[in-house]
Design a protein around this ligand. Structure first.
Ligand code: G6P
Length: 369
């Protein structure tokens, strides 16, 4: 086992640090920066069907569902096709409307989650194209798929999903860019800008990983918290959900993720000097808006921890601590902004002496209902 952990104390830490390499593996042969192209055989094989899709329905659970929320924003932005993101467990039982021109995307690390599989079977019965975004090669969901894209990040052992999430988001990015380009919705300049930036992402993740010691210290300050809030907006909203999920899964600290502007409709009532609030506040859309959300927390004495873009000055003035990440394009930022949140959750759990790789009550793959 020590050998498999490759010198890391836990599988989760290894999997977090493996992400630059995993993303390279995931993009290999698909992202061709020299040719300014993205090549996906799933699109080539089902071009007609995908180009005339009326709607995408993404079905998933847990972390994979969060990746789906990011996928929705990208597909809608670049393909102008409506997307719904559904909890597989709800979708399968609520007699949903599924039409033959719908494309149902199942996102699953294991490819064995019972609810996701059942939602996919239902979609197939209604004649939708079933598209799998899966890690487990030869898994049940991959076999049920009409087509799909493997994320190719290698086996994930830690129960809290990390590299599968960034792999899923990478595949969703490639897919939505490539389809948007085929549809003629995304302009050539924007398309090429994203291809170039995707190629730089593994190096940028490495830069964040170098800050692990500083992130560990910040995590230490969260160790005794009973509750916490995670806030983000736009593409960082699903990242906030994922950061909160990571913390609760392995550190057993109650954590809620919110779209930051929603906090005034409820969670702001919880803010006091004992409430850490983690803001994902990079320099993108809604940056100014999130500053005012941070000010609202500050004025109620909340403890602010923020993920910001390098060189940020405004959030720094308000926060107890900040973690800087390299600049990138707004659509791609989740691939970077989630990394410090994974590390925070990891270090809090280690600090508390908990079983990081096998947290209580959770399973790596939920193969029964
Ligand atoms: C379990 C795992 C999570 C995972 C979820 C969905 O709850 O502990 O890490 O996100 O299942 O799993 P899947 O394999 O379908 O992505």
């Amino acid at each position: 086992e020590a050998l498999e952990k490759g010198g890391y104390e836990h599988f989760m830490l290894k999997e977090i640090f493996d992400q630059p390499k995993c993303i390279i593996d995931c993009m290999r042969g698909r992202l061709l920066p020299d040719k300014k192209k993205i090549v996906l055989s799933a699109i080539n094989m089902h071009r007609e069907r995908l180009l005339r899709a009326n709607r995408f329905i993404i079905v998933a659970c847990g972390t994979s569902w969060h990746a789906g929320l990011i996928g929705k924003q990208m597909i809608e932005q670049w393909c102008k096709i409506p997307v719904e993101v559904e909890y597989a467990s709800e979708f399968r039982y609520r007699n949903p409307v599924i039409q033959p021109n719908d494309v149902v995307i199942a996102i699953s690390q294991s490819g064995e989650t019972a609810d996701t599989m059942a939602a996919f079977e239902l979609a197939k019965k209604h004649g939708a194209l079933c598209f799998g975004i899966v890690n487990g090669v030869g898994s049940s969901i991959s076999r049920e798929s009409d087509t799909g894209i493997y994320i190719h990040v290698g086996p994930e052992i830690g129960v809290a999903s990390t590299k599968a999430f960034t792999g899923q988001v990478t595949v969703l990015t490639l897919f939505s860019l490539a389809l948007g380009h085929e549809l003629g919705v995304i302009g050539q300049v924007e398309y090429e800008q994203h291809i170039d930036e995707l190629a730089r992402i593994p190096r940028k993740i490495e830069e964040i990983l170098k800050k692990d010691d500083c992130i560990k210290k910040i995590a230490h300050s969260l160790k005794d918290a009973r509750n916490s809030l995670y806030m983000g907006r736009g593409f960082n909203y699903p990242v906030a959900l994922e950061g909160a999920l990571k913390l609760k899964e392995i550190s057993y600290i109650h954590a809620e993720g919110y779209p930051a502007a929603e906090m005034k409709h409820g969670s702001i009532a919880l803010v006091d000097e004992d409430m850490p609030v983690v803001f994902v506040a990079t320099h993108h859309q809604l940056y100014k808006k999130i500053i005012s959300n941070i000010e609202e927390v500050k004025s109620r004495n909340g403890r602010i921890i923020a993920i910001v873009t390098e060189g940020d000055e405004e959030v720094k003035k308000l926060a107890e601590s900040v973690i800087e990440i390299p600049p990138t394009l707004p659509t791609i930022v989740p691939l970077l902004s989630v990394i410090p949140l994974q590390l925070i959750a990891y270090h809090v759990a280690v600090d508390k002496g908990l079983n990081v790789d096998q947290p209580r009550n959770l399973a790596k793959a939920v193969t029964v209902e």
